[in-house]
Design a binder for this molecule. Structure first.
Ligand SMILES: NC(=O)CCC(=O)C(=O)O
Length: 261
């Protein structure tokens, strides 16, 4: 199945949800004009890592994000992977993904599981405990958030549901972009999946962020890579390549799960 994916590599205004929300519709409209099947945003695009002010800026119960994404998905007849936003749910803060189908229905939601201590997530956020699975044009896909890619056992767990595309929204600092690219390639090879990753650009008070959003095929080749400027890029993948990779080398069938812990 051919799937046209729009990567929205955004700059994010620190702690300014109104400015950040204003960036969403123009990008969805641009992706729809180019007939993309899905548009994909970066991590924590509503507030950035303004963690000390989450009580003021996080999206309460994710309402503002959900209302906007549902409306835009339906209006532009496009799947929207909402990257992630900071949310406040039942009195705790999370780093939360929402994914909407073109009919405006919520397909899945995910709270970041592995919290990133170097950017203080563990001091302010609660971690998620659930998997997320969704479909695009009948193809199974799954999704994690940024630091989660350093945990291959978690991405393998999510991939066992015959997932063929793994989405990774991120705020990944410039200094570790070489690791970002190697980790994404490795996750693609070991799970025989496409990996589609969107990192933010620009800076916050603590870090510059390096962009280099990209798409990796199931062989781990970087078939699309962006630079470090804000942009929207549309690229088509063919999920038949995952059948070819899995047919050639039956990694999933050769697993010995009884030996793993
Ligand atoms: N926002 C994040 O999870 C950043 C993860 C990161 O930078 C890393 O090196 O891992």
């Amino acid at each position: 199945m051919k799937i046209k994916i729009a990567l929205a590599q955004l700059d994010i205004k620190f702690g300014d949800p109104d400015k950040n929300f204003a960036q969403i519709e123009p990008n969805v409209q641009k992706a729809a004009t180019q007939n993309a099947d899905i548009i994909f945003f970066p991590e924590m695009w509503n507030t950035g890592y303004d963690l000390t002010r989450l009580d003021k800026v996080a999206d309460k119960e994710g309402q503002r994000t959900q209302t906007l994404l549902a409306e835009l998905a339906k209006k532009y007849q496009i799947t929207i992977h909402g990257g992630s936003v900071s949310t406040e749910k039942n009195g705790a803060f999370y780093n939360t993904t929402y994914i909407y189908a073109p009919d405006g229905k919520l397909m899945t939601t995910y709270d970041k599981v592995h919290l990133f201590g170097l950017m203080h997530e563990d001091e302010y956020l609660a971690s998620g405990v659930d998997e997320d699975h969704f479909e695009i044009k009948g193809i199974n896909a799954t999704s994690v958030i940024c630091y989660d890619i350093r945990f291959p056992e978690w991405l393998r767990t999510l991939s066992l549901d015959d997932s063929r595309i793994l989405f990774v929204p991120a705020e990944w600092p410039t200094s570790r972009i070489p690791q970002w690219r190697r980790l994404l390639a490795a996750r693609a090879i070991e799970n025989q999946s496409f990996v589609v990753a969107v990192n933010r650009v620009g800076s916050d008070p603590d870090n510059p962020f390096g962009g280099h959003s990209g798409i990796y095929n199931p062989m781990g080749d970087e078939i699309l890579t962006l630079d470090d400027q804000p942009q929207l890029k549309v690229f088509t993948i063919d999920t038949k390549e995952t059948d070819d990779a899995r047919g050639f080398m039956p990694v999933f069938e050769d697993r010995q799960p009884e030996l793993y812990r």
